[in-house]
Structures are given as C-alpha cells and as structure tokens.
Design a protein around this ligand. Structure first.
Ligand SMILES: Nc1ncnc2c1ncn2[C@@H]1O[C@H](COP(=O)(O)OP(=O)(O)OP(=O)(O)O)[C@@H](O)[C@H]1O
Ligand SMILES: [Mg+2]
Length: 246
C-alpha cells in the first residue's frame, strides 16, 4: 500500500500510510485503540476503498472493490468476531456456501465424505487434532473454533491471510495454539498480517512490526531489531509514555 489515506467524516483514520507485506512474511500490525489497524486491513479485504493512495499486489496496481475481489486475489481475512454456524459440524462450517457436489454434480447432492476428507486434510496441514468432526461447533473451545475459522479461510489456498485480533477472546493455551497456526501458515507459504493488543504475542510470531499512531505509521522495524518497550513508546508517543512501562 502506498500513501493510503482514509477519512470517516472528520476523522482521519489513516493518513498517507505505506505498508508492505513480503512473501512468506508475518507482519504484526500494532497500535492503540482507534489507531487505524482495522481500517488498514479492511482496505485490503475489500471492505473499504482508500480515499487516496494505491494498492499493489504482486507488483501490479489493483483496485479491491469488495471482499469477493480480495478473495479472488488470494487475500483472506479472519476477524475476531467469528462467523461460524453453531449448530453445524466442522466440515459444514469449513465449506459453508461452497459445498462440494462432485459425485453427482448435476443433482447438486452434497458430498459429505468429500467434505470430511477435505476438512481433515486442512486440519492436518495445521496440525490440529479434533476428536469429533461431527459434533456441532458450539461444543468446541475458543481455540478450536478459531482453528475452524482459519481452516475455512484456508480452503481457497490464499496467498495472504489477515488476522484481526484472532486471539482476543481466548485462554492462554488456546492463544498459543493460534500462534502455532500462524507459524504453520508461514511455513506453508502464506503471508500473514497479524493484529493483536498483546505485544508479547505479536513479537513471538512476527518477522516485522508496523506501528500506527492516530492514523499515521510511526514505526516499521524487524522484530529482532526492536523491543516491546520501544514499540510501546512509538505506539503512545514519546511525550505520553509513562516511565517503566513494558
Ligand atoms: N465505519 C466507520 N465510521 C466512522 N468512523 C470509523 C469507522 N471505522 C473506523 N472509524 C474510526 O477510524 C479510526 C480508526 O479505527 P480502527 O477501527 O481502524 O482502529 P483500530 O486500530 O482497529 O482500533 P482497535 O484496536 O480498537 O480495534 C477510529 O477513530 C474509528 O472511530
Ligand atoms: Mg480494530
């Protein structure tokens, strides 16, 4: 993204922000509440259009008018507020709205076995163990639900996976599971944008961190060249940083 700006009425949600994501790279997007993180990724996900600036994908200038166009470029998004259907099982949630009908396509009969086979394949790729594929996802833990949401996004073989606060509502053990998933994604050739309010989590999975403050980019640093302390100072602005905060 080059020089991207977005205003909502009088609010400058983003001002002339440059943002890049490399192949197989995990970038942690950091900033206080209202800094512009979600606005930035929503322009990649086709939810908002930038007022100014341009988006390049694989070196080519693109316009992403809607979520469908984002998906067709290979950009998938997993939001905190998970869109799972509680009373359906795992395969049904992964395939929601795009169920395979290979066996008798002209009759549109849903191929349950094929769905389960694909679902197992995706879960294996992510090294996720789930005992019962066929109980409603309502019965799964937060971490398992997040894994199903990620599996759903992976079904289309995306190049870019955007995760906006995927760990926000999870217990520590489940958070670790999601962080492991991100590492697996990277290993399998997917680039990831990861948003979290917990710096420790961002530091543990990101190759690089990008820091936004009040709609402007105030830092873009390789993770091993900075510290949470330095990032907090950039996040809140040196003049506002209380001393000793980590
Ligand atoms: N649809 C909208 N209409 C009006 N204002 C908006 C809209 N979306 C975002 N904003 C404003 O833009 C600014 C950036 O919001 P954004 O949601 O991108 O922040 P964020 O960094 O994701 O914050 P958080 O950490 O709380 O999720 C905020 O001032 C917000 O109120
Ligand atoms: Mg947000």
């Amino acid at each position: 993204m080059k020089g991207v700006s977005k205003r909502f009425g009088g609010v400058h949600a983003l001002e002339k922000v440059d943002f890049s994501l490399g192949k197989d790279e995990v970038v942690g997007l950091i900033g206080d509440n209202g800094a512009g993180k979600s606005t930035l990724i929503k322009m990649l996900a086709g939810v908002y259009r930038p007022d100014d600036g341009e988006i390049l994908f694989e070196g080519r200038q693109v316009e992403i008018h809607n979520p469908k166009e984002a998906k067709s470029l290979g950009i998938e998004t997993v939001y905190q507020e998970l869109a799972l259907v509680d009373n359906l099982d795992i395969p049904a949630n992964i395939f929601l709205g795009r169920e395979p009908t290979f066996r008798i396509p002209w009759l549109g009969i849903i191929d349950g076995q094929e769905m389960e086979r694909h679902a197992r394949q995706i879960l294996e790729r992510l090294k996720i163990k789930i005992n019962s594929m066929h109980s409603p996802v309502l019965n799964l833990s937060g971490g398992q639900r997040q894994a199903v949401a990620i599996s759903r996004a992976l079904y289309s073989n995306p190049k870019v996976m955007i995760m906006d606060e995927p760990t926000a509502a999870l217990a520590v053990k489940e958070v670790n599971k999601v962080l492991d998933l991100i590492v697996q994604l990277k290993k399998s050739g997917v680039s990831v944008i990861f948003i979290s309010h917990t710096l420790q989590n961002t530091f543990s999975v990101s190759d690089r961190v990008v820091i936004l403050r009040k709609g402007q980019k105030v830092g873009d640093i390789a993770t091993d060249k900075t510290t949470p302390d330095e990032v907090v100072k950039l996040m809140v602005g040196a003049e506002e940083a209380p001393t000793g905060v980590v």
